[in-house]
Design a protein around this ligand. Structure first.
Ligand SMILES: Nc1nc2c(ncn2[C@@H]2O[C@H](COP(=O)(O)OP(=O)(O)OP(=O)(O)O)[C@@H](O)[C@H]2O)c(=O)[nH]1
Ligand SMILES: [Mg+2]
Length: 200
């Protein structure tokens, strides 16, 4: 809670390299970004602020990583940032044209028990390649909000900002059950009020 009584939430943007994290970050934070060096490394990261409703989000554009088993200095910083901020919300950014690769990292991150939201970015590039990503079904399977975005045009970025407050901790056992086709638990709910999935 900030001194003025506002809620302040740290949001870590995590994703594979080149999925559009920085493009989304720039759209969400505008001109207030500050670049810093991660202590003890040569790796830089960028921090900015988004005010959405009565909430303030401090958004951190984390270096890209393929997994939580780091293979270079940038990936090491990404993992350290996650581990050192267990109270943060994680925005997992996926490339809609390479969903499987991003989902591997997404599931690893969801296992950490932090509130998550997924941005499926590069929807425009997916359309061009005639790839359709059923984000409503992905949301149902994962149990966390999934928002389609195109960072270069800004499409979906407003919804992503609005849905940040609905980020939630994934239940990996439930995900595994849903992937196996188990019936939904009583009271289970997949729609987070996105307006786009018809309440599925
Ligand atoms: N077509 C398309 N291109 C995008 C979109 N978002 C980002 N890009 C482009 O994809 C490239 C990578 O975008 P970045 O924002 O640098 O990706 P990143 O995830 O920050 O990459 P790293 O910091 O290296 O991990 C750039 O050329 C962007 O202009 C999108 O929604 N659609
Ligand atoms: Mg970047």
């Amino acid at each position: 809670m900030a001194a003025n009584g506002e809620d302040v939430t740290t949001v870590l943007m995590i994703g594979n390299p080149n999925v559009g994290k920085s493009a989304l970050f720039n759209r969400m934070t505008g001109a207030n970004a500050v670049v810093s060096n991660y202590p003890g490394t040569t790796v830089d990261f960028t921090k900015g602020t988004l005010i959405e409703g009565n909430r303030t989000y401090v958004i951190i554009d984390v270096p890209g990583t393929y997994s939580l088993e780091p293979r270079d200095a940038a990936e090491e910083v990404a993992v350290r940032m996650l581990r050192h901020r267990p109270d943060a919300t994680v925005m997992i950014v996926l490339d809609a044209t390479r969903i499987e690769r991003g989902l591997y990292l997404a599931l690893e991150v969801m296992e950490l028990g932090m509130p998550c939201i997924l941005a499926v970015n590069m929807i425009d590039a997916a359309h061009e390649k005639q790839i359709t990503v059923d984000t409503a079904e992905l949301q149902r399977l994962l149990g966390v909000p999934v928002i389609p975005t195109t960072a270069i045009s800004g499409e979906g970025v407003r919804s992503l900002a609005e849905m940040l407050r609905k980020a939630r901790v994934a239940d990996v056992m439930d995900i595994s059950g849903r992937l196996k086709g188990d019936p939904p638990a009583a009271g289970g709910r997949a729609c987070f009020g996105c307006g786009g999935c018809g309440g599925r």
